[in-house]
Design a protein around this ligand. Structure first.
Ligand SMILES: Cc1ncc(COP(=O)(O)O)c(C=O)c1O
Length: 505
């Protein structure tokens, strides 16, 4: 039976004993001492710290035990199945980490002269070219640090495009379908536009009549993910992009679901003008918990002058790579330095390792696994797929436990807690909002059939327990995790996110 470790919940600060040391650094060289003294003099007096920072005083062994125990209380893709729909929690091949931890990649500084980092610039240049090729875009910036940051970058490009054409006064609305990820409307507001939400049709796709009714001369563009958040490929995508282009709007492709289409179809060919990629999803770099990500943005050739600076270019005459600051209408810089280089390097390794055939196979397997799961899950009493039940899905699908809830009062939340006790990470729940008691499932291409079957069996068990009235195991779950059922509302409304906050309670 699955059981997570439970260790005393003391913080490393609470383990501190005055005088204990885990590491004794080497004596500073006199030159280093001089540099330090000089540097100190440049710090304004009011910013100089009087006391040493309050750090835990622990031995190396205590540090190792503390973090080993924490890792045993954790759950990740390396521990088990993690079908978190839309978040693409797939296995990240270790070779990508190996590449990112090579000394050549670790020991460089963003301020180094270009001629000393030609290899790194080449990697960035080639990665941008490959992403452009995969998406049908002509120029790519690697700067954005996450998907949502890519959305922000993309919409600022869109904004500047209308501004330079003196159209911004009228072009102030962005259309977003009701199934969109929450970051889409949030980005629209952040970039100073009004969100126009359009309903989905009965198949979960864009309702063309509603779209036509919403498009006016105020339409600055539309944000869409394809396949959409329900895991369904928009069959009318060409018509949608034409409708928006007819009013000089731009089409934004939310590339969080890019792992469904690699090597098969390209957003550029569908008529999109701006695309973001979630490297930390599609191109297998670890993510979650606020870890580093990367959300490069690709654009069609007309929008290259608007890209953030610098991009990386190659000079055939000099035979060298360089930072290119000459983008006429650039939106400026959107991140310090040049992006999350180690994440870029992982994605580069991943693409290089798989090649075009491998990437195409990734999407095929992601879609195959999702379709197998969908077919099996819809057979379970209490569950249905409200959108696209009879057609095939792409890399994910949204299951509804509405019937189960109505007939047994076992909700999507209860199911997710029960799954934890079986050693499986639950899917995304209650999203998208248009599906009642939603369980959004994305198995990913990296899982073998027997793991997927374990999940299907666990759902069958839920149904069996719920319909036979034996619900204690479900309602009492999780019992085998290091943390039991938490008060979700309190956690969201009154989060305690720092040691200082905890101490002040
Ligand atoms: C469809 C979609 N768009 C955008 C995002 C935002 O990406 P990130 O979490 O990297 O900011 C996500 C993340 O889950 C997503 O699923």
């Amino acid at each position: 039976m699955f059981r997570q470790s439970k260790w005393p919940k003391s913080l490393i600060f609470e383990k501190s004993t005055p005088g204990r040391q885990g590491f004794i650094g080497p004596e500073l060289h006199p030159d280093e001492k001089n540099i330090l003294e000089k540097a100190k003099k440049t710090i304004p007096e009011n910013l100089l710290r009087e006391e040493s920072p309050s750090l835990p005083e622990v031995t190396e062994l205590e540090v190792v035990r503390h973090f080993t125990r924490l890792s045993q209380m954790n759950y990740g893709v390396d521990s088990g199945f993690y079908p978190l729909g839309s978040c693409t929690m797939k296995y990240n091949p270790k070779v990508c980490d190996t590449a990112a931890s090579l000394a050549n990649a670790q020991n460089i500084h963003p301020y180094q002269p270009e001629d000393t980092v030609q290899g790194s610039l080449k990697i960035m240049y080639e990665l941008a070219c490959w992403l452009g090729e995969l998406s049908g875009m002509s120029g790519v910036t690697l700067q954005p640090a996450a998907g949502a940051h890519g959305e922000y970058t993309g919409l600022m490009i869109l904004r500047k495009y209308h501004e330079t054409r003196q159209n911004l006064e009228t072009k102030n609305e962005i259309i977003v379908p009701d199934s969109a990820h929450g970051t889409n409307p949030a980005t629209v507001s952040m970039c100073g536009f009004k969100t126009i939400v359009i309903p989905s049709n009965d198949d979960g796709c864009v309702n063309i009549d509603a779209l036509k009714a919403s498009v006016t001369e105020n339409t600055a563009g539309m944000m869409l993910t394809n396949p959409n958040t329900l895991g369904i490929f928009e069959p009318n995508i060409k018509e949608i992009t034409n409708i928006i282009h007819e009013v000089d709007g731009l089409m934004y492709y939310d590339g969080a679901n890019f792992n469904a289409i690699m090597g098969k179809v390209r957003p550029g060919d569908m008529g999109f003008d701006i695309v973001h990629f979630n490297l930390h999803k599609t191109f297998a770099t670890p993510h979650g918990g606020g870890g580093p990500g990367a959300g490069p943005v690709g654009v069609i050739s007309r929008l290259i002058p608007y890209l953030p600076v610098p991009t990386v270019s190659y000079s055939p005459s000099e035979k060298s790579y360089y930072f290119n600051y000459s983008h006429e209408h650039t939106i400026g810089k959107i991140r310090s330095y040049f992006g999350n280089f180690s994440t870029l390097l992982r994605a580069y390794t991943y693409i290089l390792r798989l090649g075009q055939t491998g990437l195409t196979r990734v999407s095929e397997m992601a879609n195959l696994n999702a379709n197998y799961m969908k077919t099996q899950c819809t057979k379970i009493n209490g569950f249905s797929v409200p959108y696209g039940e009879l057609s095939s899905c792409m890399h994910e699908f949204v299951l509804s436990a509405k019937k189960l809830f109505k007939e047994t009062e076992i909700s999507a939340l209860d199911i997710s807690k029960y799954l934890l006790d079986t050693g499986l990470h639950p899917p995304t729940v209650y999203f998208p909002l248009i599906v009642p008691e939603a369980l959004m499932i994305e198995p990913t291409e990296t899982e073998p059939k027997e793991v997927i079957d374990t999940f299907i069996e666990a759902l069958k068990k839920v149904s069996e327990l719920a319909y036979s009235g034996r619900t204690e195991k479900i309602l009492g779950a999780p019992n085998s995790t290091s943390v039991g059922r938490i008060d979700d509302v309190k956690a969201a409304r009154e989060p305690i996110i720092s040691y200082r906050m905890l101490k002040n309670m």
